[in-house]
Design a protein around this ligand. Structure first.
Ligand code: PRP
Length: 184
């Protein structure tokens, strides 16, 4: 698989991501061993690559479900107004839930989502995010499992996009300026 080094200044290699995802999955597996009724909820679209790798490395009985929300606008200027585009297929009442995010930026999406999911009375609710962009936070949200701390840069790859593209890059990095310029 080509790493397309001409597109991004690589920040986290595919190899580092794989090692970290494996470690996170082990930690989660240890915490949830013996738990039945576990549901892993991926937030579309950004989390699709991460959740696929994460659940395959989790040695647990679990179900996978997805939600899609729209925050009306671009990520850098997230308004905090969240609309559910696709809801969960199944009830989470009495279930142990892990919400999987690719990135926590302002925290507005998760803040809304956690509050919304709590009203459905899960047995427990935790969040796992691959990237934590702490500096951009506007709303405090508890993230129990964090893959990497991320600088306040616009990053793409491994599920994260720029104008819908680059989600399929195997590594994570900052788009090179010439790529922005070409897109304009
Ligand atoms: C991204 C990301 C998170 C959210 C984080 O989604 O996947 O869901 O933004 O931002 P916040 O912490 O500032 O709320 P995006 O809206 O880009 O949609 P996508 O998942 O389809 O890429």
């Amino acid at each position: 698989m080509p790493h397309r080094p001409y597109v991004i200044d690589e920040m986290i290699s595919a190899k580092s991501i794989a090692a970290r995802v494996e470690a996170l999955a082990k930690e989660i597996t240890a915490s949830y061993r013996g738990t039945n009724k576990l549901v892993v909820v991926g937030l579309l679209r950004g989390s699709f690559v991460f959740i696929a790798d994460l659940v395959r490395a989790m040695n647990l009985a679990l179900e996978v479900d997805f939600m899609a929300v729209s925050s009306y606008g671009d990520r850098p200027s997230s308004s905090g107004v969240v609309r559910i585009l696709k809801d969960l297929n199944s009830s989470i009442a009495g279930r142990h839930v892990i919400v999987v995010e690719d990135i926590v930026d302002t925290g507005l999406t998760l803040d809304y989502l956690v509050e919304n999911l709590q009203t459905r009375h899960p047995a427990s609710l935790k969040v796992c995010a691959l990237l934590d962009k702490r500096e951009a936070r506007k709303r405090e949200v508890a993230v129990e499992y964090i893959g990497f701390h991320c600088p306040n840069e616009f990053v793409v790859g491994y599920g994260l996009d720029y104008c819908g593209r680059y989600r399929n890059l195997p590594a994570i990095g900052v788009l090179k300026p010439e790529v922005y310029r070409k897109a304009e």
